[in-house]
Design a protein around this ligand. Sequence first.
Ligand SMILES: [Zn+2]
Length: 463
Amino acid sequence: MKITLHGAAGEVTGSAYHVQTNEASVLVDFGLFQGRELSSGANVVPPQLDPHKLTSVVLTHAHLDHTGRLPLLVKAGYHGPIYATPASLELAKLVLEDAGKIQEHDSERINRKRAERGEAAQPPLFTVADVAGVVALFKPLPYVNPTTVAPGVTVRMYEAGHLLGSASIEMEIAEAGKKKTVIFSGDIGPRGAPILRDAACLTRADLVFLESTYGDRDHQTLADTVKQFREIVAKAVKEKGKILVPTFALGRAQQLLYHLAEMFDDGVVPRFPVVLDSPMAIQATEIYVHHPELYDEDMKRMVKEKGLLQRLERMQHSVTGDDSKKLNEMTGPCMILAGAGMANAGRIVHHLRQGLPLAGTVVMIVGFQAPGSLGRHLVDGDKEVSIFGERVPVRATVHTLGGFSAHAGQTDLMEWFSCPAHQRPRVVLTHGEEKGRKPLAQLIQQRYGIQAVLPMLGDEIEL
Ligand SMILES: [Zn+2]
């Protein structure tokens, strides 16, 4: 029995664990490496991984850094089942199709330039048509029920509280009379976040793969962040401001709608128009609406009499590019939520070009902004930014809210680990950079006397 790490080892993207016994070959997640050139050579099916010998794939959740290499696997000949919770499969289809579209679009642009230089065309990593081949293999897996996914390999999915349908996986692996229990934490959500239930407590394990994205720190508390959010919105509405929010389509957008609905219910602000200007966020929100069985108690209470979208009443969906352009003429008070989350592409860029020079505009940054992105320039307080090659002055008010995270901070990660810790399992820290996983390893050593393993890409863990 061994498990090979084909990603997210010393970094946060590319999650992929290959579980092998004499009889079974199972992949847990097969994510894209992000934040570098997609065609950089990392985004491949590793040569040690034979798609024809693979029995099954199990996914922790739908994010691209956990699912994005599946089209490559299927193109390489894999035709077995791809298991995940029903909500994860719906979101994964959306995420992969969106990524396929972006790659087709980007590759067209790149190939036009290559053609000018007389170079041969480069195919996109995968296309929307390739994604259809992946979706055809999807097999829903309910939470908690044990399911045998390969000879001697049984899995149970438990709530991870990170994204709709997200799961931690408890895997029982049997080989030649030996039996081991391995937990894959997946990405773990912060405790007390709205909409979703908190991550479940998994108590049985011989080995734990634990994510360590924020192993070094805690976020600002959600209560403080929501207070700040409410104050900014209330002030902007009073001053008839136009609020622009660059937002990720999955998770964050739905959380913000929840906080707005709460404000309207409490009568903190008069109802004002809220526009979801992102086809992907609109579809993701519909998927959230159709899975009330995954809500936490607060969300269940909220939607009992009236659904989330009905509560927002003057909520508008902007589906087409023309709908989006019309929003230019919209005057405040209003809020426009649009992608991309880091304002480096997508419809939000047009809104920012128009709105940033105006003193009445309020920009709310609610997620991580990578260095170099337009969102990061705004966070850094630049008084002028470059948009489509044009210099755009920033007279808008920019607010950065640090506490909306889909990831557990250090305290919540340790709390999660306290469940299996009493069994003194081996611990492997993944899905984190050195600065995240080293302090977490130290803390685990101090508290439990367990020396965590910090693997690198390609490392094998023998069971
Ligand atoms: Zn994730």
